[in-house]
Design a protein around this ligand. Sequence first.
Ligand SMILES: N[C@@H](CCC(=O)N[C@@H](CS)C(=O)NCC(=O)O)C(=O)O
Length: 398
Amino acid sequence: MVFDALGLKYENVSLDLSELKSEKLLKVNPQGKAPSLETPEGNLFETTAIVTYAARTAGKLLGDSPIEQALVDQWLAYVDSELSGLVGALVGQIYGYVQLMGLKVPDVKTLKEQLLPKLTFLNSHLQGKEYFVGSKITVADYALVSYLYGLFAFGLSDKERQTLPNLVAFIERLAQTAEFKKYYGRVRFGQAPLQAPKAEAPKKEEKPAPAKKEDKPKEEKPKAAKKDDEDEYAEPKPKDPVFPETKLDLMNFKTFFVNEKDMDAAMAKFWEEYKEGEWSLWHLKYLKYPGECEVVYRTNNLLRTFMSRLENVKKWIFGTQFVLGDEPALEVEGCWLMRGSEIMDPIKEIDVYDTYKWEKLDPTKQADKDLVKDFWTHRKEDEEKVQGKTIRTFKWIK
Ligand SMILES: N[C@@H](CCC(=O)N[C@@H](CS)C(=O)NCC(=O)O)C(=O)O
């Protein structure tokens, strides 16, 4: 956001959690953490250092006088020391990556109790003000809104937000900027706080491995470091499905596709690597009940619930998922690449599996190839269309 606001040129590289400790990233940030910045003058880590470097380079967004500059530093330090840890732990649990990374943090309720007095303090500071420092937007505002938006959207109830009206107005003010819209889309506040998913979904009964086996499944080596017996959900892990061999490396492909600017080149590479049978392509459409999918923010909740169930199958799928159309006739649709030629059991076991219509695509048909392209090459919310319907919400399945 700050780089866009400053009009600086940059390249944004998205990484999967698993890539954080890769050799490539460790060269930029020896801690293997995001964000990190490569510059011709040297590499940087720590968000605050990165945004102040950018703002100093452009000579903007840092305050107009020594006292304003010091106040910007003050709020950046406040974000780092008072806010980021608590918000990161709370929102990180709701998003599920705290559990994925096995981090030990206090529960959501405890974190919220610690956060609410700080939010009240920030809310009072904003009384009668539009921005945190002076009368213009500064990097401090971007730092604050980055932490506050996720928390306000997914972690607080309507009632809690009502006690913090200046902060809600602040988020909505920042949300009008092109740079906010680019990263977060339209501002939306959930009706109720989202529940943090459990560390591991409770396992269903183990199914016998499929009879047909082209190649032997790899023997799972016991992982010495992981103490499953300490996990309250510890049960034998269901075996991974067995798939025919493939040369398409899904992890590399995802990184390539998501970052590639030339969509024709991205699609051409995909069709080159795609082999029917090793993989299959699916069009998904949510089966609405009357009264559902009428309002974007509620339909987003529905989409989010579905996405939160995909954690265990992500390693075998890639694609996009959308809320499409106009209120009150929205659709939730997606197009996925999936390992194997049929829908794998772990997907069929997802509790909301039956609420979608799953249509297998036939890439020998031009219309089905066009559909994949349509779903995978359009992302701009409220601007672009997919299947002739305006994109309201876009999500990668990756
Ligand atoms: N204080 C650092 C925090 C960086 C950080 O912890 N980033 C998280 C992602 S938001 C991360 O990379 N975690 C991976 C890890 O700790 O291994 C900053 O603001 O840049």
